[in-house]
Design a protein around this ligand. Structure first.
Ligand SMILES: [Fe+2]
Ligand SMILES: [Fe+2]
Length: 195
């Protein structure tokens, strides 16, 4: 089964609140299913963004089961929250990666090699930008918005003010720290980067 189909199944089976269909149509109208997840750090291949989102969802579900037990998933609202956070946390990366070329020496010859450049057409931040985009289509609960907004955890540039608001957010919404850990573990343990 293709990554797009797996993503769509996970999305439609779990995310059913008002606006969900329009949100999926929006994703399908963009480069979400062909974009990479990064320029060079992880899953920097076509389709990498959807693949990363799906892998993060798998790991997040495992971590939620470990934390709350299997029964936690009996509640459709919990399943919906898990899917929204994980499948949609990186929609901020839509339309940001462009294939460019650079000259590389191979066997004494200069050849043109493609690579992904980054150019954000809507520079609104990272997690906060995902919340902004998703909110055009569905209403997020407070914990979903916090988990998506702060999914970069301590790596978020907003921590440079020295106040570490993220720590307060994690204390208020434990699912947010669990998701940050799921995103981090997926990126470094479940994915590779092409050189
Ligand atoms: Fe991210
Ligand atoms: Fe991510």
């Amino acid at each position: 089964m293709t990554i797009k189909k797996q993503f769509e199944d996970a999305f439609r089976e779990n995310i059913t609140r008002d606006g969900a269909n329009k949100l999926f149509d929006y994703l399908a109208s963009t480069d979400f299913f062909t974009a990479p997840a990064s320029t060079k750090f992880h899953s920097n291949h076509s389709g990498g963004l959807a693949e990363h989102s799906l892998k993060t969802y798998t790991r997040f579900c495992k971590m939620l089961k470990l934390e709350h037990g299997e029964k936690w998933f009996d509640d459709p609202a919990h399943r919906e929250t898990a899917a929204i956070i994980a499948l949609l946390h990186d929609v901020c990366k839509i339309n940001c990666y462009k294939i460019e070329t650079r000259n590389v020496k191979v066997g004494g010859e200069w050849v043109q090699k493609p690579y992904y450049g980054f150019d954000d057409p809507l520079p609104y931040g990272h997690g906060e930008k995902s919340v902004y985009i998703i909110s055009d289509y569905i209403k997020l609960t407070r914990e979903e918005a916090f988990a998506i907004n702060w999914h970069m955890g301590g790596f978020d540039a907003r921590n440079l003010d020295g106040k570490f608001t993220v720590a307060t957010a994690f204390t208020m919404f434990p699912i947010a720290v669990l998701f940050h850990a799921a995103d981090l573990l997926t990126t470094y343990l479940d994915e590779k980067a092409a050189k």
